[in-house]
Design a binder for this molecule. Structure first.
Ligand code: GLN
Length: 192
């Protein structure tokens, strides 16, 4: 069975494991870099990106995940995970993994809109997906190889670059696991 990990240094882990299992793969809670070898893909969850980035440096995940990506294995960043996977973070001198050719702005929706839900059309998924935004980041800029999958209020909130997928919102907080299925399809394509 396809194995998809969830990076479990901080943040929303159990809900993603549930999503992966609903989509029909095995979910693995990942705490050590040695575990990456057994995985076919990995999800970087929401949480607090500065904390996750620090823990990733401490436990060797920056290099290990760059190698994972270089081997063509898919990575899906959600919310804080989207920040962690980005090449650039607006207003911060340093980014984290610097894998996906996107520039992200943290906490981009302002105070009145700290958290909200909406039905979002997503390219490649038939009907709207219920999207939960919590102190969500926005994708301000995308490079030429990045495909925009969803926008909200004219701003980019989901994108894909080959084997890399990113969403501003939390696909694991509803019972709609079609984005997990979408990612599982990416993982299967990467193995074909
Ligand atoms: N605002 C958080 C950050 O900047 C992300 C929020 C989330 O993951 N729900 O890291």
């Amino acid at each position: 069975m396809t194995k998809i990990g969830v990076l479990a240094l901080q943040g929303a882990v159990a809900e993603h494991i549930r999503g992966i299992e609903k989509a029909g793969a095995e979910g693995v809670v990942v705490k050590r870099t040695e575990q990456l070898a057994e995985l076919d893909g990995i999800i970087l969850p929401g949480g607090e990106s500065t904390t996750i980035g620090k823990l990733m440096r401490t436990y060797g995940f920056i290099e290990a995940l760059r190698e994972f990506s270089a081997a063509g294995k898919p990575i899906f960043g959600t919310c804080a995970g989207l920040i962690v996977i980005a090449k650039e973070i607006t207003g911060q001198p340093e980014a984290h993994l610097e894998l996906m050719d996107i520039t992200v702005a943290r906490n981009a929706f302002g105070r009145q809109r700290e958290s909200f839900e909406t039905d979002l059309p997503i390219k490649g998924i038939d009907e709207n997906v219920r999207a939960v935004f919590i102190r969500a980041p926005l994708i301000e800029k995308v490079g030429p190889d990045v495909d925009v999958l969803a926008t909200y209020d004219g701003q980019i909130v989901a994108a894909r670059q080959g084997h890399l997928l990113a969403a501003s919102f939390h696909p694991e907080l509803t019972d709609d696991f079609r984005l997990h299925s979408y990612f599982l399809d990416m993982v299967k394509q990467s193995q074909a």
